[in-house]
Write a protein that binds this ligand. Sequence first.
Ligand code: SF4
Length: 393
Amino acid sequence: MHHPSGTPDDDSGTLFGLDALTPGPATAAPVTDSSFRTSATARRLLPVREIYAEPAAAASPRGRQISARFPDAQVTMVDSHWRIPGLHGNEGNVERWVRVKGETLVLGEKKTLTTRPNGRSADWIAPGPSNGCAMACAYCYVPRRKGYANPITVFTNIDRIIAHLARHIARQGPKPEPNQCDPEAWVYDIGENGDCSVDALICDNTADLVHAFRQWPTAKASFATKFVNPDLLALDPRGRTRIRFSVMPPDDARLLDVRTSPVAERIGAAADFLDAGYEVHFNLSPVVVRPGWQDAWSELLVHLGDVLPQRVKRQAAAEVIMLTHNRELHEVNLGWHPRAEEALWRPGLQQAKRSENGALNIRYRNGVKAEAVHTLRALIDHHAPWLRVRYAF
Ligand code: SF4
């Protein structure tokens, strides 16, 4: 019987290590002059000027690779990637909220390697290759633990993360029965705390994970993204990575999804990613209840049906996720993007719940949420009957 384990992995008790699965070190697609990440567009998204680095992370092969990519950036050594005075925390950074995300990088080592059971989007949440994001969606909970104004921390010990995953996957054995995550493979979410497509602008962490998973026949990587990075098309995932393009009505995205690829571009990329060897799913998320939301989602579903080729539709599935928000983030957002809060902060429709870490999380009241989920499911049945809903909450 399978017993999920959320305890940290200390490298002990392993069945086999990475070497047993990977002939030679994981190699990424070479960065060439034609790579998207060397393009002017990518440099505009990530004009890195300062790098904070733990000494071991800076000295590691991945750390050196990243420093070499941004030779003009000023490098400052820090004891820990967790608390960098003047960078983390929200005070003083609200005005620089968006700039700091693109101009600053942090290099650290992931010390605690834990794979946690999930059961909704994925069977397992893997230790991610990063924490933080260069995009700035107004509802994003990803940067919560470092203060919301935080940029990407890249974890440079990707080899240890992959070795941890190899051991975890080996311990599970084959998946005993299908579930809504996947009929055959154990699904590992590799992007809980960032966006792997954006990480791939910085270094080969995403490539290394995609390459690792293609050698594990009982497992599949999965990550959600709001950014179309054409470099991922060259990674040859051989069906072992599920990319989940997050979509929402374009008017909502223009207001809320700051710095991301436009929704039409994400949808337009789906067939290319399928043809490149990815499984392509969609996150219908977050669903924001506002006047006219039903019509906006109907239009989006019709658009998906119009533009996606049959081969994408045949294998597609969706997650539906209602907006959750947070009082602290609400207050931060009022400092840099108050218009977003007109859509996100709806006390008449929402209820608060204190989470285990003490944060005050806000979600739609039970009745509002149940009705909205019911409505959206009915809209999908009507406008996009080909789209299987894996779960909605
Ligand atoms: S793309 Fe994802 S991780 Fe990045 S800011 Fe938006 S919601 Fe957060």
